[in-house]
Every structure is written in structure tokens, then in C-alpha cells.
Design a protein around this ligand. Structure first.
Ligand code: ADP
Ligand code: MG
Length: 275
């Protein structure tokens, strides 16, 4: 779909596939129930959300409020019980398994808290794998993977396996992997949840670079420092959208790796919970 010339707009100067007319990602009445009868839980309950091209959106809320479920629905890792998901101007919630898998591979880049790298593959092999699965020629995939590892500051670690890398390095490999097929959207679930301050700062700097390049990014986080780098923060309560705050012109990257975590700010109230 992102090859459709009419849908592309050159104005944002984003990455390949990053610029689409209208919202890149859209949820309409999106709902997901787990269990049945007495144990029925609406993990996501009637969420309407438009995410324009190039936006960095933070999704926050207390543990169990439905953040991960929402992200999985948006990325086609899970199917809604009700409602619609639109990606790149196309409705995707009703796609068959094969089409959905193809969509995930080509149009969505996932980043998880626990990295989910393949232990037996080197960094560069991890990064190139989705490109190979999407049909890239091996040499092309390797060149692209090496370039991305360079971009995330890990050119010298390309042949290391995950066990030989720090948590922050693993997450940077995972981010490179998420980008290898030039996805329409990058979806990150607590991407800094396992990282110390220095590694968190590295990841946020990468996300800031992605934003400058026009990449659409949705990140689930309950870390105020992370949410403060977004263009917009939505918060969930019991599966429904409770707040939608734009931080236009607001804070960007925190200064230094040891940013003050508990500082008072408008976001402080929004993000005031235990998780
Ligand atoms: P969050 O990421 O905000 O912590 P989740 O999306 O993981 O929240 O979960 C939202 C709600 O859905 C929780 O009540 C959780 O227990 C429930 N839930 C999530 N996944 C499942 C599942 N596979 N089966 C049953 N209930 C689930
Ligand atoms: Mg979660």
C-alpha cells in the first residue's frame, strides 16, 4: 500500500514508507475482551485514536490498564473483539493470517521490553532477518542491517551474539531490527523498562533521531522521562482513553543520562502511579 503514489506526500521528508495522507494508524471503537462470563475482562474498551504521520505518541497508564493489548491490536499481533484498525489508509483488522503476518513484517516494527532477539544469531543476523523474511536479497539485507547497526552505534558489535551485549546494546539491536523493512510505524512496549539511565538515554536519543527523520512511533511507557520526549501522551484507564495531551514544543530529550526522575511537571500528575 505504501507504494501507492497517490497516497504519498513528500512534504514531511520522512523515511521510505513513512509519509501517508491521513493518519498512519487509526483505531475506531477498538475493543478486546479476554475470558468469558464471570471472568470477562475488557482489556481495551472502545478506543478511538488517530496517529498522524511522523508523530511520536506515548501511551501511559497503570499496570493492567491495557497498554500492551492496545499496542498488539494496533500492530496486528492480536485481533480485536470489536472495532477497527487502519494502517496506512487500509483497514487491517479483518485480514487473513498470511496477509496479517506479511503486514506485520513489512509495515510494523516492534520493540519489546525484553528485546526478543534470537540468542543464536549475531547482532547483524538478528537485524537482517526480517528483511530476508520479507524477500530481500541476502547481500542487500546484510548491507541494510550493517548500516542500521552503524546508525545505532553498534557497528563494532555486529558479530556479537546477544549474550555478549549489554541490555542497552541489545535494545539498540532490536531497534535496528524494527527499522530494517522501513516500517510505516514503530511500536515499542516499555522499550526502556529493563534499562538503566544511561541506556535509557541512548534509546531516547535514537527515538529522537527517528522522529527527526519523520518516523511514526508509538511507545508504551510509564517512565515520565520517556513520555516527556513524545509529541503527544495518551493515558489509559481500564482499557479506555482517559487523557490525550499534546506536548507540542514541549520537552525533548532529558539533559544527560541521569535525568531527575521525580521532578514536578505537568506530566508528573498524569503519570503519578505505581507500576
Ligand atoms: P498493561 O500492558 O497496561 O499492563 P495489558 O494489556 O497487559 O495491560 O492487560 C490488560 C488487561 O487484560 C489486564 O487485566 C490483563 O490481566 C488482561 N489480559 C491481558 N492479556 C491477557 C490474556 N492473554 N488473557 C487474559 N487476560 C489478559
Ligand atoms: Mg504491558
Amino acid at each position: 500500500m505504501r507504494r501507492a503514489g497517490k497516497e504519498r506526500t513528500a512534504s514531511r521528508g520522512g523515511p521510505p514508507g513513512g509519509a501517508v495522507a491521513g493518519p498512519v494508524l487509526r483505531a475506531v471503537g477498538l475493543s478486546r475482551a479476554y475470558g468469558e462470563d464471570a471472568s470477562l475482562v475488557w482489556a481495551v474498551d472502545g478506543v478511538d485514536l488517530d496517529i498522524p504521520a511522523g508523530q511520536t505518541l506515548a501511551v501511559t497508564g497503570p499496570s493492567g490498564c491495557g497498554k500492551s493489548t492496545l499496542l498488539q491490536l494496533l500492530g496486528g499481533l492480536d485481533r480485536p473483539s470489536e472495532g477497527e484498525v487502519w494502517l496506512g489508509g487500509r483497514r487491517v483488522d479483518g485480514l487473513g493470517e498470511r496477509a496479517l503476518a506479511r503486514l506485520r513484517r513489512r509495515s510494523v516494527g516492534f520493540v519489546f521490553q525484553a528485546y526478543h532477539l534470537m540468542d543464536e544469531l549475531t547482532a547483524v543476523e538478528n537485524v537482517e532477518l526480517p528483511a530476508l523474511l520479507a524477500g530481500s536479497a541476502p547481500r542487500t539485507a546484510r548491507r541494510r542491517a550493517a548500516g542500521l547497526l552503524d546508525q545505532v552505534g553498534l557497528a563494532a558489535r555486529a558479530r556479537h551474539r546477544p549474550a555478549e551485549l549489554s541490555g542497552g546494546q541489545r535494545q539498540r539491536v532490536a531497534i535496528a531490527r524494527a527499522l530494517v523493512n522501513s516500517p510505516l510505524v514503530v511500536l515499542a512496549d516499555e522499550p526502556t523498562g529493563n534499562l538503566d539511565s544511561a541506556a535509557t538515554h541512548d534509546v531516547l536519543r535514537l527515538f529522537a533521531e527517528l522522529r527527526s527523520a519523520g518516523q511514526t512511533l508509538v511507545m508504551v511507557t510509564h517512565d515520565e522521562r520517556v513520555a516527556a520526549t513524545a509529541d503527544r501522551v495518551v493515558s489509559l484507564r481500564d482499557g479506555t482513553l482517559a487523557d490525550d495531551i499534546r506536548l507540542d514544543g514541549g520537552p525533548r530529550l532529558p539533559e544527560g543520562a541521569g535525568a531527575d526522575h521525580g521532578a514536578a511537571s505537568p506530566l508528573g500528575a498524569l503519570l503519578d502511579w505505581e507500576d
